[in-house]
Design a binder for this molecule. Structure first.
Ligand code: ADE
Length: 223
């Protein structure tokens, strides 16, 4: 069972996320374990200071090394992967999610403010990941995104009927359109082929729609 520790200054941001939906069920079924830690637990001064002004000047604050080193030293295990969420990290993709789902122990560090002391990145981080080309106010939601995407690759987390085989990015095409009842709704009808019961025709139609959608929205995936 993959064990995941999250280090953050905003632990409550993850409360709802961990309780809900497919991930919550996976946690209940012990298919993975996620523990959220408040980094301030490893501060030692009475103000529980986790950040300080940057050497060399400049705006904003920088996360101090001491609490992060202390937290890592307490939590890390032989062979664990220590990951820092940052907009200047390597792109987080479906392939990375799948690889991480097979790790035994992950520690996800969420960064804050204008950055973190470089010595943290050099000594207690194995991998830096970005979830996209935009800047969040802190990395906690990025950690949630990583956990959500990787838990779908853990056997048993998705039900049989939700298997990964037909989904976007596994076959490098975007998804085909889906419809459910009613067949007629406010003058809009479901494509006839989907009601036909002809599975070969349905597969052909879906493949064509997926290709068309990918050409329009993500032509880069077809290269
Ligand atoms: N922290 C702030 N922005 C981020 C991003 N885009 N990806 C990962 N961590 C982040």
């Amino acid at each position: 069972m993959p064990r995941i520790d999250v280090l953050t200054l905003f632990p409550r941001m993850l409360d709802g996320f961990l309780a809900e939906s497919i991930l919550g069920k996976g946690l209940q079924k012990d298919l993975l374990s996620v523990t959220v830690h408040d980094l301030r637990r490893w501060t030692t001064d009475k103000h529980r200071t986790a950040d300080d002004r940057p050497f060399g000047g400049g705006a904003g604050m920088v996360m101090k090394p001491e609490p992060v080193f202390a937290a890592m030293e307490e939590l890390q295990s032989e062979g664990c992967r220590r990951i820092y969420l940052t907009p200047d990290g390597a792109p987080f993709t479906s392939a990375v999610a799948s690889a991480l789902s097979r790790e035994r122990h992950l520690i996800l560090l969420s960064g804050h403010y204008e950055g973190i002391d470089q010595r943290i990145r050099e000594r207690v981080i194995d991998l830096e990941l970005s979830i996209g080309d935009y800047v969040l106010t802190n990395g906690t939601l990025a950690a949630a995104v990583v956990i959500d995407a990787l838990c779908r690759f853990i056997p048993g987390v998705l039900g049989e009927e939700n298997s990964l085989t037909h989904e976007s990015f596994t076959g490098k095409l975007l998804d085909f359109p889906q419809y459910t009842r009613p067949a007629e709704f406010r003058g809009m009808s479901v494509p006839q082929v989907l009601l036909s019961g002809n599975h070969a025709e349905i597969e052909k139609w879906r493949a064509a729609r997926a290709l068309e959608k990918t050409r329009i929205v993500r032509p880069d995936l077809l290269k």
